[in-house]
Ligand binder design. Structure first.
Ligand SMILES: Cc1cc2nc3c(=O)[nH]c(=O)nc-3n(C[C@H](O)[C@H](O)[C@H](O)COP(=O)(O)OP(=O)(O)OC[C@H]3O[C@@H](n4cnc5c(N)ncnc54)[C@H](O)[C@@H]3O)c2cc1C
Length: 560
């Protein structure tokens, strides 16, 4: 008898599971139940249709029920909702235009994804308020933009969907504001990257308001009211404040949930019921670096889980070892990307954290078109193991982060990264790729050859908090940029001696005080640090990422 595989949810995880199941078994009876009108569509592409980068709507519809049937022999029931699971009789109650009925299964795969959260404020059901999760959501927004031609937009939530939609609105000539409750946008990344992203959005005409929540949406006046009383024009509002796993069915069926509130699965993606597997956004999974339980609602993990869940539902025993939360977002002409743990997340996970930020050209500076790339790596100071990375720039951010993702998967150390033999020719990189350089900087840090201090740590030292050990008065900030750079903007109280003059002006540097030395991006200050160290100044640290980190991190007292 053919094995009955029933899949609930027919997009990333579910569609992958169905196709994989057929590749494993020609005889399995495979059915997909999908609540929405479309199966296997490109939800990641929805913002790009609204920005008009993608012009053909049909390009987003990757498969149809007919296509699934003819190519895979998979029955797809769209417009069909699974209402309940009867685990004892292995049946699922479904409802569609034909009414309610039951479907039997031998193995059930849940791939129900998540649902966008709605902030609990008045006015969220207004006619000009939207969420972007499905093709019908996209169609509604498209229709509204075309028919109403709104002049103003507010996007609530500065995660990747919020940023993509802010760009989409702006590209359509709509005056757009992003409102983010947290102190920065893209909170998965460290604060300096949030600032870089916000600066780039603002450079392209998007206003960014952080650290403030939404109080109400007023459909009548087409305004959004913020918690601090400000009112913003909002002819259209997009809510993108997060996603919760879709667990109603799992709860009804009594399946165990995990500590993060996601569905509990073992490493074969089997739930607490031996006949039920699960894939995608609904699952609680393991973070590959921290080892902690997390939810990572992203397309890559969902697709790979779909593949593994289907394989195992058909008798294999593939393991899913977790994810790194690698992600990338386009910010107009720039790219922000990250993988693994941010510095903040690594600290929270209990690592003894070090980080190195380098600001380098994305390819050889002498080859036309070089663009500045900010690259940060995070590592464990005890073992040198890489923990994560973040990058921002107009070119080359994605390739560095993908390389780092491979490094994290292989549990590489700073030494490994320093040795990594990457492809080089001037149009693509430098003989020492920015990744190699970041590793050199990290190694110089943990060996004590050129110890680092981060912008956040420097802020703490300057504030003279408990951690600073009373350093605030004693600490000397030595700015080794040239005079013009210093005069344009510098940290309050910083002493300026350009690096090329330092050897001849050492007597101007007070002895017996801890020193933080910085330049614009960290290279000249590394040279200065080595001069100082070799001239009897033992307590010197280099500001990682230099003055650019100060500007990106914010909150420093500066003189301009
Ligand atoms: C606008 C947008 C942009 C995105 N961009 C990116 C990106 O650039 N990169 C990235 O990595 N990720 C991105 N994502 C996230 C990514 O799309 C999701 O992580 C991925 O789709 C999750 O796959 P899934 O199979 O778990 O759930 P989904 O793909 O959401 O599919 C779940 C399906 O289950 C169906 N379903 C739920 N309950 C039932 C039920 N009871 N009966 C029948 N059907 C049911 C739903 O209708 C839904 O179609 C984006 C998401 C959105 C919305």
């Amino acid at each position: 008898m053919s094995k009955k595989i029933l899949i609930i949810g027919g997009v990333a995880g579910g569609a992958t599971a169905a196709a994989r199941a057929r590749r494993i078994s020609e005889t399995a009876d495979i059915t997909v139940v999908e609540r929405g009108p479309y199966v296997s569509y490109a939800n990641c592409g929805l913002p790009y249709y609204l920005s008009q980068d993608i012009r053909k709507r049909s390009a987003l519809l990757l498969q149809t029920p007919e296509g699934f049937d003819s190519r895979y022999g998979v029955k797809v029931l769209v417009g069909t909702e699974a209402l309940a699971i009867d685990r004892a009789t292995r049946r699922v109650r479904i409802k569609n235009a034909a009414g309610e009925s039951w479907l039997d299964y031998d193995a059930l795969i849940l791939a129900q994804g998540g649902a966008p959260l709605t902030p609990p404020v008045p006015g969220v059901d207004g006619p000009n308020v939207f969420r972007l999760w499905t093709v019908p959501d996209m169609d509604r927004i498209h229709e509204f933009l075309e028919s109403q031609k709104p002049a103003s937009a507010v996007v609530t939530g500065g995660g990747f969907i919020g940023l993509e939609m802010a760009e989409a609105f702006r590209k359509r000539g709509i005056a757009t504001t992003v409102v983010e409750l947290l102190p920065r946008v893209m909170s998965a990344m460290d604060p300096e990257f949030g600032s870089l992203i916000a600066q780039r959005l603002e450079a392209h005409g998007v206003r960014v308001l952080t650290g403030v929540g939404l109080k109400a949406i007023h459909a009548g006046t087409r305004e959004v009211e913020l918690e601090d009383g400000r009112r913003l024009p909002a002819a259209v509002v997009l809510l993108s404040v997060g996603v919760r796993p879709e667990l109603g069915l799992a709860k009804q069926a009594g399946l165990a949930l995990g500590e993060t509130g996601g569905l509990l699965v073992d490493e074969t993606l089997r739930t607490s019921d031996p006949n039920i597997w699960a894939a995608g956004d609904m699952n609680e999974i393991v973070h590959k670096v921290s080892g902690r339980k997390v939810r990572i609602p992203l397309a890559g993990p969902a697709n790979r889980q779909g593949r593994i869940a289907a394989s195992n539902a058909l008798g294999q025993s593939l393991k899913y070892r977790g994810a790194l939360a690698s992600s990338v977002v386009k910010v107009f002409d720039a790219t922000a990307a990250c993988t693994g743990l941010s510095e903040a997340a690594a600290r929270a996970a209990g690592f003894e954290v070090g980080s190195a930020t380098v600001v380098r050209d994305h390819h050889a500076g002498y080859y036309p078109g070089a663009k500045e790339l900010v690259l940060k790596i995070v590592y464990d100071r005890k073992t040198g193991r890489l923990l994560g990375g973040q990058a921002f720039g107009e070119e080359g951010a994605d390739k560095r982060i993908d390389t780092l993702a491979a490094a994290l998967q292989g549990k590489l150390t700073l030494e490994d990264l320093a040795e990594l033999d990457l492809a080089y020719a001037p149009p693509y990189s430098s003989a020492n790729d920015p990744l190699n350089v970041a590793a050199f900087v990290g190694l110089n840090d943990i060996t004590g050859f050129s110890p680092l201090v981060t912008a956040a740590e420097l802020k703490g030292l300057l504030a003279g908090g408990a951690d600073a050990g009373g350093d605030a008065e004693r600490l000397l900030v030595l700015d080794v940029r040239n005079l013009g750079e210093y005069e344009a903007s510098h940290l309050k109280g910083a002493l300026n001696i350009p690096v090329d003059e330092l050897r001849f002006r050492l007597d101007e540097v007070p002895r017996g005080r801890p020193i933080v030395v910085h330049c614009r991006s960290g290279f000249r200050s590394h040279l200065a640090l080595r001069i100082l160290k070799q001239n009897g100044f033992p307590e010197v640290r280099n500001l990682s990422g230099g003055y650019l980190s100060v500007l990106a991190d914010g909150g420093f007292e500066r003189e301009e």
